[in-house]
Design a protein around this ligand. Structure first.
Ligand SMILES: C[S@@+](CC[C@H](N)C(=O)[O-])C[C@H]1O[C@@H](n2cnc3c(N)ncnc32)[C@H](O)[C@@H]1O
Length: 278
């Protein structure tokens, strides 16, 4: 097995992959498009509001059944709509589900000299109540430690629900210029360290630049990426020496490769069970 064969990359709509997963992944990290008119290579980021909200609703209802925990980073514009969907999910599953509202605050937010600029982004965690957390894995130096206070817990402190990580812009080493938006690797890492252990399986249904895979490699998690853009898939495949798989859309025969690029597996019928990814 090559170093990376434990990771998989699907050039698909995430709903097609979610529907075909048998069993559950340990964690889903999701950063869907914000539907604010960004220029992606394939995705159209200007759906009618009701279509976008219906999409969020559909994939969240699928996702919660296919994982122990979901992290959802989304745009403040949609907080009321996401809140409604989550309230319905909570009402359906009752105390089996636990929802945690977190927030990402960031420097390098867009400046607005006429009003308060946007410097935060909601981050939701929805998990099955009996899933495990690993808080010791995300400890950070405490104020007491930094002040040289002898009473300080030498292990540091478990951070709170505010995630302070800058946006990935400018000359950041994390930046992949071909992707119009990407999350800070530090934020994704903290989420995954808290809710998974080494060897666990993480799914990112909206891969973008492949941030989740870069983090998974660093902290030894297995990763499944799903991305509709063939261009982004090719870039990720090249960076990580992966093959691009394509599942049949539901009820349709699988399409052959869309290009002569050998990274696309032609007519690939590979399905889960997920254990095959190990
Ligand atoms: C906000 S970006 C994700 C950025 C990513 N978190 C990162 O750090 O690089 C959203 C991505 O989802 C992709 N996408 C949009 N609709 C999709 C769908 N239905 N299934 C899979 N991917 C989709 C877009 O092409 C885009 O690359």
């Amino acid at each position: 097995m090559s170093e990376y064969s434990k990771h998989r990359l699907f050039n698909n709509d995430c709903l097609d992959v979610l529907r075909q997963i048998k069993g559950r992944v340990d964690c889903i990290f999701a950063d869907p498009p914000d539907n604010i008119g960004l220029k992606y290579s394939a995705h159209r980021d200007d759906l009618a509001d009701e279509d976008y909200i219906a999409f969020l609703q559909e994939w969240l209802w699928h996702a919660i059944r296919k994982t122990l925990c979901i992290w959802l980073s989304y745009n403040t514009k949609w907080w009321a709509n996401v809140g409604r969907i989550i309230t319905e999910i909570e009402a359906h599953f009752g105390s089996s589900i636990e929802v945690k509202q977190c927030v990402q605050t960031f420097t390098f937010g867009q400046h607005n000299c006429h009003d308060l600029g946007n410097n935060h982004r909601p981050l939701l965690r929805i998990r099955w109540s009996d899933s495990l957390l690993y808080p010791d894995a995300i400890r950070v130096p405490s104020r007491r430690q930094l002040n040289g206070d002898k009473r300080a817990d030498p292990r540091g402190r478990v951070p709170g629900d505010v995630f302070d990580f800058p946006r990935v812009v400018g000359n950041s080493k994390q930046r992949r210029r071909w992707c119009p938006t990407q999350l800070n690797e530090g934020l994704v890492e903290r989420c995954l360290l808290l809710t998974t252990k080494p060897g666990d399986l993480v799914l990112d249904p909206f891969a973008g630049s492949g941030t989740t895979l870069r983090v998974c490699k660093r902290i030894d998690r297995r990763c499944i990426l799903v991305e509709t853009s063939p261009d982004y898939c090719e870039k990720i495949a090249e960076e990580h020496d992966l093959e691009i798989e394509k599942l049949p859309a539901e009820g349709r025969a699988v399409e052959g490769s869309r290009s002569s690029n050998s990274r696309f597996l032609k007519g690939q019928q590979t399905l889960f069970p997920l254990e095959e990814a190990a």
